[in-house]
Design a protein around this ligand. Structure first.
Ligand code: Y43
Ligand code: MG
Length: 211
Protein backbone atom coordinates (compact mmCIF):
# COMPACT_ATOMS: atom_id res chain seq x y z
CA UNK A 1 0.00 0.00 0.00
CA UNK A 2 1.36 3.45 -0.88
CA UNK A 3 2.09 6.02 1.78
CA UNK A 4 -0.83 8.06 0.44
CA UNK A 5 -3.25 5.09 0.70
CA UNK A 6 -1.98 4.38 4.19
CA UNK A 7 -2.62 8.02 5.03
CA UNK A 8 -6.14 7.87 3.59
CA UNK A 9 -6.89 4.75 5.58
CA UNK A 10 -5.47 6.38 8.70
CA UNK A 11 -7.61 9.47 8.29
CA UNK A 12 -10.73 7.33 7.97
CA UNK A 13 -9.83 5.96 11.37
CA UNK A 14 -9.26 9.49 12.62
CA UNK A 15 -12.41 11.20 11.34
CA UNK A 16 -14.96 9.78 13.74
CA UNK A 17 -12.56 9.97 16.65
CA UNK A 18 -10.44 12.46 18.44
CA UNK A 19 -7.01 13.85 17.81
CA UNK A 20 -4.62 15.01 20.51
CA UNK A 21 -2.78 18.26 19.83
CA UNK A 22 0.46 17.26 21.55
CA UNK A 23 1.52 20.74 22.67
CA UNK A 24 1.51 22.64 25.96
CA UNK A 25 1.80 26.03 24.23
CA UNK A 26 -1.65 27.70 24.23
CA UNK A 27 -0.74 29.94 21.26
CA UNK A 28 0.19 26.97 19.10
CA UNK A 29 -2.85 24.96 20.19
CA UNK A 30 -5.09 27.86 19.16
CA UNK A 31 -3.45 28.07 15.72
CA UNK A 32 -3.56 24.29 15.14
CA UNK A 33 -7.26 24.24 16.17
CA UNK A 34 -7.93 26.99 13.59
CA UNK A 35 -6.10 24.99 10.91
CA UNK A 36 -7.99 21.78 11.78
CA UNK A 37 -11.40 23.49 12.03
CA UNK A 38 -12.46 22.98 8.38
CA UNK A 39 -11.87 19.21 8.69
CA UNK A 40 -14.37 18.62 11.50
CA UNK A 41 -11.84 16.83 13.71
CA UNK A 42 -12.52 16.77 17.42
CA UNK A 43 -9.20 17.98 18.82
CA UNK A 44 -8.18 17.87 22.46
CA UNK A 45 -4.92 19.33 23.74
CA UNK A 46 -2.25 17.54 25.75
CA UNK A 47 -2.85 20.02 28.57
CA UNK A 48 -6.59 19.25 28.61
CA UNK A 49 -5.74 15.54 28.93
CA UNK A 50 -3.18 16.31 31.68
CA UNK A 51 -0.46 14.63 29.65
CA UNK A 52 3.07 15.35 30.94
CA UNK A 53 5.32 17.71 29.00
CA UNK A 54 8.11 15.52 27.58
CA UNK A 55 11.74 16.57 27.77
CA UNK A 56 12.78 17.73 24.32
CA UNK A 57 16.07 15.86 24.06
CA UNK A 58 16.31 15.90 20.26
CA UNK A 59 18.78 18.08 18.39
CA UNK A 60 16.50 18.57 15.37
CA UNK A 61 12.95 19.86 14.88
CA UNK A 62 11.99 16.47 13.42
CA UNK A 63 13.32 14.49 16.40
CA UNK A 64 11.51 16.69 18.91
CA UNK A 65 8.24 16.74 16.95
CA UNK A 66 8.33 12.94 16.68
CA UNK A 67 9.07 12.39 20.35
CA UNK A 68 6.25 14.72 21.46
CA UNK A 69 3.73 13.12 19.06
CA UNK A 70 4.72 9.55 19.89
CA UNK A 71 4.58 10.09 23.63
CA UNK A 72 1.10 11.66 23.45
CA UNK A 73 -0.22 8.91 21.13
CA UNK A 74 1.21 6.24 23.39
CA UNK A 75 -0.20 7.70 26.61
CA UNK A 76 -3.62 8.69 25.24
CA UNK A 77 -4.28 5.81 22.86
CA UNK A 78 -5.34 8.47 20.31
CA UNK A 79 -3.65 9.83 17.19
CA UNK A 80 -1.49 12.80 18.15
CA UNK A 81 -0.23 15.83 16.25
CA UNK A 82 2.86 17.60 17.60
CA UNK A 83 4.56 20.80 16.47
CA UNK A 84 8.23 21.59 16.93
CA UNK A 85 9.18 24.98 15.67
CA UNK A 86 11.67 27.79 16.01
CA UNK A 87 13.23 30.96 14.70
CA UNK A 88 16.45 30.67 12.66
CA UNK A 89 18.48 33.85 12.17
CA UNK A 90 20.90 33.85 9.22
CA UNK A 91 23.53 36.08 10.87
CA UNK A 92 23.48 33.79 13.96
CA UNK A 93 24.11 30.66 11.89
CA UNK A 94 20.52 29.55 12.42
CA UNK A 95 20.29 30.25 16.17
CA UNK A 96 18.19 30.06 18.29
CA UNK A 97 16.75 27.31 16.03
CA UNK A 98 15.80 24.15 17.90
CA UNK A 99 16.52 26.03 21.15
CA UNK A 100 14.13 28.92 20.47
CA UNK A 101 11.91 28.15 23.47
CA UNK A 102 14.95 27.70 25.75
CA UNK A 103 16.06 31.28 25.10
CA UNK A 104 12.86 32.41 26.86
CA UNK A 105 13.29 30.27 29.98
CA UNK A 106 13.78 31.97 33.36
CA UNK A 107 13.42 30.57 36.90
CA UNK A 108 9.90 32.07 36.89
CA UNK A 109 8.78 30.65 33.57
CA UNK A 110 9.11 31.93 29.99
CA UNK A 111 9.76 35.59 29.29
CA UNK A 112 9.21 36.43 25.60
CA UNK A 113 10.39 40.03 25.91
CA UNK A 114 13.67 38.77 27.33
CA UNK A 115 13.96 36.17 24.56
CA UNK A 116 13.40 38.76 21.82
CA UNK A 117 15.95 41.04 23.51
CA UNK A 118 18.49 38.19 23.58
CA UNK A 119 18.11 37.67 19.84
CA UNK A 120 18.50 41.40 19.22
CA UNK A 121 21.59 41.55 21.48
CA UNK A 122 23.17 38.57 19.72
CA UNK A 123 22.51 40.22 16.36
CA UNK A 124 23.97 43.54 17.49
CA UNK A 125 27.31 41.83 18.25
CA UNK A 126 27.49 41.09 14.50
CA UNK A 127 27.69 44.80 13.67
CA UNK A 128 25.34 47.31 12.05
CA UNK A 129 25.59 45.74 8.60
CA UNK A 130 24.64 42.22 9.67
CA UNK A 131 21.77 40.64 7.75
CA UNK A 132 18.42 40.74 9.59
CA UNK A 133 17.08 37.88 7.46
CA UNK A 134 15.45 35.06 9.42
CA UNK A 135 12.98 32.24 8.92
CA UNK A 136 10.61 30.24 11.05
CA UNK A 137 10.54 26.46 10.76
CA UNK A 138 7.64 24.24 11.84
CA UNK A 139 7.71 20.45 11.80
CA UNK A 140 4.34 18.80 12.35
CA UNK A 141 4.51 15.12 13.34
CA UNK A 142 1.42 12.90 13.28
CA UNK A 143 1.71 9.71 15.34
CA UNK A 144 -0.69 6.80 15.76
CA UNK A 145 -0.92 4.68 18.89
CA UNK A 146 0.66 1.78 16.95
CA UNK A 147 3.89 3.79 16.66
CA UNK A 148 3.51 4.82 13.00
CA UNK A 149 4.61 8.44 12.58
CA UNK A 150 5.01 10.84 9.66
CA UNK A 151 6.20 14.42 9.56
CA UNK A 152 5.98 17.55 7.40
CA UNK A 153 8.27 20.58 7.45
CA UNK A 154 7.06 24.13 6.79
CA UNK A 155 8.97 27.36 6.53
CA UNK A 156 8.33 31.11 6.41
CA UNK A 157 10.98 33.62 5.29
CA UNK A 158 11.20 37.10 6.71
CA UNK A 159 13.33 39.59 8.58
CA UNK A 160 13.71 40.73 12.16
CA UNK A 161 12.40 44.12 13.21
CA UNK A 162 13.23 46.11 16.35
CA UNK A 163 11.60 47.21 18.64
CA UNK A 164 8.87 44.52 18.90
CA UNK A 165 5.51 45.49 17.33
CA UNK A 166 1.96 44.20 17.81
CA UNK A 167 -0.06 42.23 20.33
CA UNK A 168 -1.62 39.34 18.39
CA UNK A 169 -0.16 35.82 18.50
CA UNK A 170 2.58 34.50 20.77
CA UNK A 171 6.31 33.98 21.23
CA UNK A 172 8.55 35.90 18.83
CA UNK A 173 5.66 37.17 16.65
CA UNK A 174 6.33 40.89 17.45
CA UNK A 175 9.86 40.85 15.93
CA UNK A 176 9.20 38.78 12.78
CA UNK A 177 8.11 40.51 9.58
CA UNK A 178 7.26 37.92 6.90
CA UNK A 179 8.48 38.53 3.34
CA UNK A 180 6.07 40.58 1.28
CA UNK A 181 4.63 42.27 4.37
CA UNK A 182 5.38 45.43 6.34
CA UNK A 183 3.58 44.31 9.50
CA UNK A 184 5.00 41.83 12.02
CA UNK A 185 3.31 38.47 12.67
CA UNK A 186 1.90 40.10 15.85
CA UNK A 187 0.24 42.84 13.77
CA UNK A 188 -1.50 40.40 11.40
CA UNK A 189 -4.97 38.95 11.93
CA UNK A 190 -4.94 35.21 12.69
CA UNK A 191 -6.36 34.53 9.21
CA UNK A 192 -3.57 36.56 7.60
CA UNK A 193 -0.93 34.65 9.57
CA UNK A 194 -2.54 31.32 8.56
CA UNK A 195 -2.23 32.29 4.90
CA UNK A 196 1.57 32.57 5.09
CA UNK A 197 2.94 31.03 8.29
CA UNK A 198 5.47 28.23 8.72
CA UNK A 199 2.80 26.28 10.64
CA UNK A 200 0.25 26.69 7.84
CA UNK A 201 2.90 25.61 5.28
CA UNK A 202 3.54 22.38 7.20
CA UNK A 203 -0.20 21.89 7.70
CA UNK A 204 -0.89 22.21 3.94
CA UNK A 205 1.61 19.41 3.31
CA UNK A 206 0.03 17.25 6.00
CA UNK A 207 -3.41 17.81 4.48
CA UNK A 208 -2.29 16.86 0.98
CA UNK A 209 -0.54 13.71 2.21
CA UNK A 210 -3.04 12.50 4.79
CA UNK A 211 -6.54 14.01 4.48
O1 Y43 B 1 4.35 31.13 15.10
C1 Y43 B 1 5.18 31.47 15.95
N1 Y43 B 1 5.25 32.73 16.41
C2 Y43 B 1 6.11 33.11 17.35
N2 Y43 B 1 6.98 32.28 17.95
C3 Y43 B 1 6.95 31.00 17.53
C4 Y43 B 1 6.08 30.54 16.53
N3 Y43 B 1 6.29 29.24 16.32
C5 Y43 B 1 7.25 28.89 17.15
N4 Y43 B 1 7.66 29.95 17.89
C6 Y43 B 1 8.67 29.95 18.93
C7 Y43 B 1 8.02 29.89 20.28
C8 Y43 B 1 8.78 28.86 21.02
O2 Y43 B 1 9.79 29.54 21.74
C9 Y43 B 1 9.50 28.04 19.99
C10 Y43 B 1 8.89 26.70 19.81
O3 Y43 B 1 9.39 25.81 20.78
P1 Y43 B 1 8.68 24.39 20.91
O4 Y43 B 1 9.41 23.53 21.83
O5 Y43 B 1 8.41 23.87 19.54
O6 Y43 B 1 7.25 24.76 21.50
P2 Y43 B 1 6.77 25.02 22.98
O7 Y43 B 1 7.78 24.49 23.96
O8 Y43 B 1 6.39 26.43 23.13
O9 Y43 B 1 5.45 24.14 23.06
P3 Y43 B 1 5.34 22.53 22.89
O10 Y43 B 1 6.72 21.98 22.79
O11 Y43 B 1 4.61 22.05 24.09
O12 Y43 B 1 4.54 22.33 21.63
O13 Y43 B 1 9.45 28.78 18.78
MG1 MG C 1 8.59 22.69 23.71
Amino acid sequence: MSVRDEGRQAIRKLKPGRLVIASHNAGKVREIRDLLAPYGIDAVSAAELDLPEPEETGTTFVANAELKAMQAADLSGLPALADDSGLCVDALNGDPGVYTANWAETPNGRDWNLAMQKVEDALSTKGPDASRDAHFVCVLALAWPDGHVEWFEGRAEGRLTWPPRGTVGFGYDPVFVPHGHERSYAELDPAEKHAISHRADAFRQLVSAVF
